[in-house]
Design a protein around this ligand. Structure first.
Ligand code: MG
Length: 353
């Protein structure tokens, strides 16, 4: 099999509900899509969700590296030798993880379509579905509670609540949400690096009765040791998100025992192949993995879902980036029923644009 063309284009999608996190407010998102055509008629699709703050990329940089780095290296190449092809683009795309994820996705899509299997089965198919959390951005306490009730009504049973700007308000927010949703709902909290160690410990101590399942990235990614100080002093799970950008980060976090769990997003680590390697490092260190996402098309969410379903160790999913998109060209690539995600069981990533 040979790659005959690689087309790449960007697509802007509005959000139904703009949201705020510790450092910004977001009301639309741009994904870059790729279509890799082969001489057999099999076509693979992928997408990138560049984000300056998280992946260090923009729409323009993804389009640029696609044309000037990826195309020259992969045109004419055999897409089924995905490990080799990904190795060729690994070094030049070191600072372009979502662009790499986009190509990784398209290569896996081709492999799955050739094998006539959904990717999660091709990779082991440990499970067939996973519950996802759904995120509530930073809102005033009252609105957070209102949104939480609405989401429970929609069938979700895991809420991930954002904070990190004001620890006292966050504590109140979590208490009020717990009162409103009852004890059967799982609550996760993401501080997006907004706390000091002191604030992290205070947050955990004062929300003890709320029974929060996990605390995501409480402290700055600049100082990974701070995560360790929180992890070693609280009874709940502490998760690294911004502190885990690649395989080496996973090894460092694991070796120094700095966290209990890690958030693996395909867009920041560079795709499914890299996520599987990170998952193995995490498993070796007895760390569970959550698959996370950016604001990305259902195509990207499908890739994250196939990764999560393939492996036992991916215990948590936060794959909600597509729920709120208007004009998602890959709508239908994953199936949501009562807060649980399923693939559509079609070959590859399950979608043709
Ligand atoms: Mg996070």
């Amino acid at each position: 099999m040979k790659i005959t063309s690689i087309e790449t284009w960007s697509h802007k999608m509005k959000l139904k509900n703009p949201y705020t996190i510790a450092y910004e407010t977001i009301n639309s998102t741009v994904n870059v899509f790729t279509k890799i055509t082969t001489n057999t008629g099999i076509v693979g699709f992928g997408c990138a969700a560049p984000d300056m703050e998280v992946t260090g990329e923009t729409e323009e940089t993804v389009l640029d590296v696609s044309k000037n780095i990826i195309e020259p290296l992969l045109k004419g190449a055999d897409p089924l030798r995905y490990a080799y092809q990904l190795q060729k683009i690994d070094d030049p795309l070191k600072k372009h993880p979502s662009a790499k994820a986009m190509i990784d996705m398209a290569l896996f899509d081709i492999l799955g379509k050739k094998a006539d299997l959904p990717i999660y089965k091709l990779l082991g198919g440990f499970k067939e579905k996973i519950k996802t959390s759904v995120t509530i951005g930073i809102l005033p306490v009252k609105e957070t509670v209102k949104e939480a009730k609405k989401l429970i009504n929609d069938g979700f049973s895991i809420l991930k609540i954002k904070g990190g700007k004001d620890v006292d308000e966050d504590i109140e927010r979590m208490k009020k949400v717990r009162q409103a949703v009852g004890n059967k709902i799982q609550l996760r909290f993401d501080a997006n690096q907004g706390y000091t160690v002191y604030e992290s410990l205070k947050f955990v101590e004062e929300t003890r009765t709320v029974k929060i399942e996990l605390l995501e990235q409480p402290t700055s990614k600049q100082e990974p040791e701070l995560l360790g100080k929180v992890t070693n002093n609280v009874p709940i799970l502490v998760m690294a998100d911004e502190s885990l950008m690649n395989l080496m980060d996973a090894f460092k976090l694991a070796r120094k025992d700095l966290v209990d769990t890690v958030n693996v997003k395909l867009m920041k680590v560079g795709g499914i192949d890299e996520a599987l390697k990170i998952n193995s490092v995490a498993k070796a260190a007895n760390l569970e993995v959550m698959v996370g996402c950016m604001d990305e098309s259902a195509l990207g969410i499908a890739a994250g879902l196939h990764f999560a379903l393939a492996r036992q160790n991916v215990a948590y999913a936060d794959l909600d980036g597509h729920f709120d998109l208007i004009d998602d060209p890959a709508d239908g690539a994953v199936i949501l029923k009562n807060g649980t995600l399923y693939t559509n069981n079609k070959p590859g990533l399950g979608f043709n644009l």
